[in-house]
Design a protein around this ligand. Structure first.
Ligand code: PAF
Length: 291
């Protein structure tokens, strides 16, 4: 194969070999390369990660688009996950230097037998709700990083536990890539942008917009000295009253270890995963420590 410059406005590589050829050509002329791993269905949140990379000094951005089967559990939405390559490519025009959109066998060769598994930070929250998820994420992200060997790679803070997991993995495996976090982008009512928001019906969408507001109020009340357990319980009750079906967790955690925080003695993170209709919405934000 070769890099395809005809299909989309942005050059497209389907194989690791082709992507590496482009990376080498860029390296030869001194470019600084960023990788933005995605599963496609791109929205402004993804595009903002390219801006983070550029603000950090990257001169070329590779956006990978790959719906990674190993990070979906049984009964999750792997088949239904939106696949919108052509419109994704349009959104990337003028922003990305290369799209890397491999087919499955390129990332998971026949008979593959290697999994990357990160312990510690994955043992809670999403790791409890989705026991195989982070092995899938760590495995694909390590493959993507080793395939491209960019200068930096950027991940959204919306998946805060994923960002911590990737930082741990890159540090443990000594992968020579700088990991950057991108702030959460939000709709006008504050709903965190997510490819899965398309699953929300009209009434669910309205209730979903309250999630960040309740989280913000809870974080502020905790910063002001309120009781963490009482306030997080109240927030769960409010969400259920609004029509959320199930709260997997709404909890205040240490920003690095994700261990539960019972009393605020430093900045912490409040994180939520809540199901409404089909989607399970994630959000998180800082809980300021005011001493
Ligand atoms: O955050 C995502 O979209 C995915 O988990 C990632 C990092 C692209 C790995 O498949």
């Amino acid at each position: 194969m070769a890099i395809d410059t005809a299909t989309y406005a942005v050059p497209l590589a389907r194989t690791i070999t082709d992507m590496r050829a482009q990376v080498s050509a860029w390296r030869a002329v001194g470019e600084t390369i960023a990788l933005v791993p995605t599963m496609g269905a791109l929205h402004e949140g993804h595009l903002s990660l390219i801006d983070v990379a550029k603000a950090h000094g990257a001169t070329k951005a590779i956006v990978s688009i790959f719906v990674n089967p190993t990070q979906f559990g049984p009964g999750e939405d792997f088949e239904a996950y939106p696949r919108t390559e052509a419109s994704d490519a349009e959104k990337l025009a003028g922003r990305a230097g290369l799209i890397f959109a491999p087919i499955g066998a390129e990332m998971y060769p026949d008979g593959y037998g290697t999994t990357v598994s990160v312990k510690g930070v994955t043992n809670t929250l999403e790791g409890e709700a989705r026991p195989t998820h982070f092995d899938g994420v760590a495995t694909i992200v390590s493959k993507l990083l080793l395939a491209a060997l960019p200068d930096c790679a950027i991940f959204g803070e919306k998946d805060y536990q994923q960002l911590l997991t990737i930082r741990r993995m890159v540090s443990d495996l000594r992968i020579p890539v700088e990991i950057l976090g991108g702030p959460i982008l939000r709709e006008p009512d504050g709903l965190a942008l997510s490819s899965r928001n398309v699953y929300l019906t009209g009434t669910e969408r309205k209730a979903a917009g309250q999630l960040n507001i309740i989280l913000r109020e809870t974080a502020d009340a905790i910063s002001a000295g309120g009781d963490i357990k009482a306030l997080t319980n109240d927030a769960e009750t409010k969400l259920l009253a609004l029509g959320f079906d199930k709260i997997d967790y709404l909890t205040v955690r240490n920003t690095k270890t994700l261990q539960p925080v019972e009393t605020l003695t430093e900045e912490a993170r409040i994180l939520v995963a809540a199901k409404i209709g089909q989607p399970r919405l994630l959000d998180n934000m800082s809980v300021e420590f005011r001493g």
